[in-house]
Design a protein around this ligand. Structure first.
Ligand code: CAA
Length: 246
């Protein structure tokens, strides 16, 4: 069997880069799909990944047609698309009373709309070939809600509803669909928070620190493995104990 082919949306981002590296180290051929605009960011990504089988594909996950084209071009070039990791995510924080429609639409469009836009074309081939691994990067804040994040928490909780529903639909086809819910990790998204707010959050993390992107990537790798076929519709929290439940 050839290499498994993986596509990671938001692949150039804080968690995405670590996920790309980890899947490539697992032996996958990885396509990092992300916005094309920021050349410096992409150059840094190439530097961080050029020792591995990882290529970059420009993609705006809000664009349904572009998502379909990317999926079809990967399937044409690599003869398969086995693993899809939806890691594209943004924040536009603000209390609801200060939130405008653009902040709502942006977060729902990228974080939740993007999941539909990529899963819809990708699941066809996975079901036909009888193998697939879809991993949706949700958030602890989808499980608990967070002050200033009605948009983000709605999208992240919505992702897991999507995960459970699609998991049921494709379970008989060898395709698993799971969520990973990271806590606060050392990424640009979290480092952009005002320092006092971030410190207040970390003070409530039982492990007492931010997570490392590699600690999320490790969990994605676990779910994406060939022998993870009995785990589906699950949500794996990786949050340093910030939110415990069962
Ligand atoms: N709970 C309850 N009350 C709070 C609160 C909280 N967590 N935070 C602030 N308040 C109170 C304030 O004390 C203040 O009260 P008063 O009006 O009586 O003074 C009031 O609510 C307004 O607070 P702010 O002044 O902070 O409001 P703001 O509009 O200036 O800022 C905000 C709002 C931008 C949302 C800011 O609070 C913030 O950045 N919060 C953090 C949001 C957050 O954690 N985002 C996570 C981003 S990282 C991520 O999303 C990754 C992931 O998946 C984990």
């Amino acid at each position: 069997m050839g290499k498994r082919v993986a596509v990671v949306s938001g692949g150039v981002g804080g968690l995405g880069t670590a996920i790309c590296r980890r899947l490539a180290q697992d032996g996958c051929r990885v396509v990092a799909a992300d916005l094309a605009g920021n050349e410096e960011r992409i150059a840094a990504f190439r530097d961080a990944t050029n020792d591995l089988d990882i290529s970059f594909a420009p993609l705006d996950v809000r664009d349904f047609d572009a998502c379909g084209e990317l999926v079809r071009s990967i399937e044409a070039e690599h003869e398969s698309l086995d693993i899809l990791v939806n890691a594209a995510g943004i924040t536009r924080d603000g209390t609801l009373r200060k939130m405008d429609k653009a902040q709502w639409d942006a977060v729902l469009g990228v974080n939740l709309g993007g999941v539909f836009n990529l899963c819809r074309p990708a699941v066809e081939g996975m079901a036909t070939r009888g193998f697939g691994r879809i991993v949706n990067i949700s958030s602890v804040n989808g499980q608990t809600g967070q002050f200033g994040q009605t948009n983000y928490a709605a999208a992240k909780a919505g992702m897991h509803g999507f995960t459970m529903s699609l998991a049921r639909e494709v379970a008989r086809k060898g395709v698993t669909v799971n969520s990973v819910s990271p806590g606060y990790c050392a990424t640009a998204m979290v480092m952009a928070l005002p320092e006092d707010i971030r410190a207040g959050i970390v003070a409530n993390v039982p492990v007492g620190r931010l997570g490392e992107p590699d600690e999320i990537a490790r969990t994605v790798s676990f779910l994406a493995a060939d022998d993870a076929g009995f785990i589906t519709g699950a949500n794996i929290p990786v949050n340093g104990g910030l939110f415990m439940s069962f």
